[in-house]
Ligand binder design. Structure first.
Ligand code: ADP
Length: 232
């Protein structure tokens, strides 16, 4: 049987700021199957980003365990975690995080440069990834000549160009107007449906949250609701 993609038990994270201790996550149990589409909501400061960072192997929990594809993450050396992250995960953020001096295509090629993919294949895959997000005619544009929605499309193309198992998105539409939001969400949902890419996204937007077939609510670092549509 295929193990779940993410399996967290008692996951906790406390930040220390001088004397102050902030318990960002207070023991989260969650299992996410490969191919799932999961929305994460909760007030500001409820731990959404912290949870995404832990599941995305970007940060270490203080307590609890995380299995990624059945492998106990804490037992892995840092180099192995980095490899898993680069090969199997993709990230999208509210503020796009594109490199301003690179064109759209060069931004999308960047993770493939790090992965050691040769120049021709890199170019081809980046071009295809941009075409898949509707930007075939924007390959050479730098980010500052793209709209907000187009920038986020470039960021999504960059996040999936290596064919990750999961895409983790932290407020991916937080900086976009409602029409652009709808288009970006359609794109993310399509990636999930057509490619089977597991999608986990945090959002403040109730309408967007409601669209996900599985909806997890956080409050004060804990999961307070975990709902699924019937039959899925
Ligand atoms: P959310 O994404 O739901 O807004 P976060 O996971 O960003 O919540 O934050 C949870 C709590 O942890 C908040 O109280 C926040 O201020 C705190 N926090 C997050 N990151 C850090 C950090 N790097 N240093 C100190 N406190 C942090």
């Amino acid at each position: 049987m295929t193990p779940p993609l993410f399996e967290a038990r008692g996951l906790g994270k406390t930040y220390r700021l001088g004397e102050a201790r902030i318990e960002a996550l207070a023991g989260v149990d969650v299992t996410i199957e490969a191919g799932a589409l999961v929305a994460l909501a909760g007030p500001s400061g409820s731990g959404k980003s912290t949870l995404l960072n832990l599941l995305g192997l970007l940060d270490e929990p203080d307590t609890g365990t995380l299995k990624f594809s059945g492998r106990e993450v804490q037992a892995l050396p840092e180099s192995e975690k980095t490899l898993l992250r680069r090969r199997l995960l993709g990230f999208v953020f509210q503020s796009f995080h594109l490199l301003p001096v690179l064109s759209a295509r060069e931004n999308v090629e960047y993770p493939l440069v790090i992965a050691g993919v040769g120049r021709n294949e890199r170019r081809q895959r980046a071009t295809e990834a941009l075409a898949a997000v509707g930007l075939a005619d924007r390959l050479d544009h730098p980010p500052d000549r793209l709209s907000g929605g187009e920038r986020q499309r470039v960021a999504i193309a960059r996040a999936v160009v290596h064919g990750p198992a999961a895409l983790l998105a932290d407020e991916p539409t937080g900086n976009l107007d409602s029409k652009t939001t709808a288009a970006i969400v359609d794109l993310l949902f399509r990636l999930n449906q057509e490619r089977g890419t597991t999608l986990l996204f945090a959002t403040h937007d109730p309408a967007l949250f409601a669209r996900a077939p599985r909806r997890i609510r956080l409050a004060d670092g804990r999961i307070v609701a975990d709902e699924r549509d019937g039959g899925g």
